[in-house]
Ligand binder design. Structure first.
Ligand SMILES: [Zn+2]
Length: 433
């Protein structure tokens, strides 16, 4: 088997791995992500590039140079496989040739559908095939077995890939301190054996690990703030981070408060309800849905009936205004929050905000100053979606691969502390297993 990491050997984001049989006959691609940073290290903003053609994006080395992958080319890639629904793993799926089959988990597919509707991700899902965790499927001579992993995206997968008598394991993004941490513990106890090559993410290497150890600590810290609140609590978090929604839900339930979500979040919860009974739902008694015109319009495009379905737990502005101290409002840092939601709720002294996302995102906006100017106290409560160095080491030691290749990291040099046999590649370099 030959492998090429097109992006990700020296950066976090834009993950893309191509695998090819020794005969050259079958080629598959895992993840085609959008970068998170530019070559100058600045945040990557898609809106600056979205008017470029595919050829121009290739010329600027934004799209990976993979022959036969893109819609303007003659297709020659047998399949594309997606590990999970984060933009840095599927942001460029919009350019994949529509005849190429795309494989993903059911939960990932649901999130991609939601993002197509609300976030214009433009992924063509006509050729999508869904896989079942731990059930092998075949693409040409490649046998691929997905493994469910603990990550901030739900239904995230790692892949065991077998071909040419060799075995490769691609971890995707993972951690061991979320709501599904037993999954990693299981891999420590029952490691996948006889691995020739482990391609392992290392997001947290060389990076601060955050203040909170795990999702349980996040839940407790939220509870500590919410329980004693005498006014509104605004919680800023991604609605697609279902582990975090569970932590927030558990915190409001323990504090006897009401969680106010938007239609976008209600839709996500509903779409993903089949993957776990623990995912909070719009019709649970502590949860209410606040309708906005723009979300209602989008949802009606998809299925008008959903507007009636979610209406059962709709909450009106007056009900929120009548009981500020009971209201925990799931919020996004956008103009709707600043120009509509906050002014509509009116002055209520003592409102607090919880920022429950990566600190780097907060640094990119003036949300902290904005909240301060409105006398809203801000607290950051977050734990990473990625594994700690000690868990990376434990997984590498348990699997004992013949070599380990770093990916999804700014510090591949630090893998020397993780494992003995490291093969450090450059983007675009082909390696024969
Ligand atoms: Zn991810």
């Amino acid at each position: 088997m030959k492998l090429t990491i097109h992006r990700g050997t020296h950066e976090i984001g834009g993950n893309c791995v191509e695998l090819c049989l020794n005969s050259g006959e079958t080629r598959i691609v895992i993840d085609v992500g959008m970068p998170l940073v530019t070559s100058d290290g600045l945040p990557f903003e898609w809106r600056h590039y979205k008017n470029l053609s595919q050829e121009q994006l290739l010329e600027q080395k934004l799209l990976p140079a993979i022959d036969g992958l893109y819609s303007y080319q003659q297709p020659s890639i047998s399949a594309v496989i997606l590990s999970h629904a984060h933009q840095d793993h599927y942001g460029f799926f919009r350019f994949i040739h529509p005849d190429i089959p795309i494989y993903m988990s059911p939960g990932t597919k649901s999130l991609v559908e939601v993002s197509n509707l609300f976030l214009n991700t433009e992924v063509n899902l006509n050729q999508t095939q869904t896989f079942t965790m731990r059930q092998p499927f075949q693409v040409g001579e490649f046998t691929i077995t997905p493994y469910l992993m603990d990550h901030s995206a739900p239904d995230a997968a790692a892949f065991l890939i077998e071909a040419d008598g060799q075995r490769l394991f691609y971890t995707g993004d993972f951690r061991g301190h979320g709501r599904k941490k037993v999954l990693l513990e299981r891999l420590f106890k029952e490691p996948i054996s006889d691995i020739d090559c482990l391609i392992m993410e290392g997001t947290l290497l060389g990076r601060g690990e955050g203040q909170y150890q795990d999702e349980k600590a996040v839940e407790q810290a939220m509870c500590n703030i919410i329980a004693g609140q005498q006014s509104y609590t605004f919680v800023f978090c991604s609605s697609q981070n279902l582990d975090r929604l569970v932590s927030i839900y558990r915190a409001i339930k323990r504090s006897h408060k009401t969680l106010v979500i938007d239609l976008y979040t209600a839709f996500i919860m509903d779409k993903l309800s089949s993957i776990s009974p623990h995912i909070p739902q719009f019709n649970w008694k502590e949860i209410h849905v606040l309708y906005t015109y723009s979300h209602a319009k989008k949802l009606a495009e998809y299925d008008k009936k959903l507007l009636y379905k979610y209406k059962k737990t709709k909450i009106e502005w007056e009900e929120i205004q009548a009981a500020p101290k009971n209201m925990v409002i799931l919020s996004k840092d956008n103009s709707y929050f600043r120009r509509i939601l906050l002014p509509k709720l009116g002055a209520s002294s003592g409102a607090k905000a919880i920022y429950s996302m990566w600190h780097g995102y907060l640094e990119r906006t003036n949300l902290a100053q904005f909240l301060k100017s409105h006398d809203i106290e801000l607290t950051e409560i977050h734990t990473s979606g990625h594994a700690y160095a000690e868990d990376l080491k434990k997984l590498a030691d348990a699997m004992n691969p013949r070599c380990l290749i770093p990916i999804h990291t700014f510090y591949p040099d630090q893998y020397g502390d993780i494992y003995k046999e490291i093969v450090q590649l450059d983007d675009g370099q082909t390696y024969c297993l």
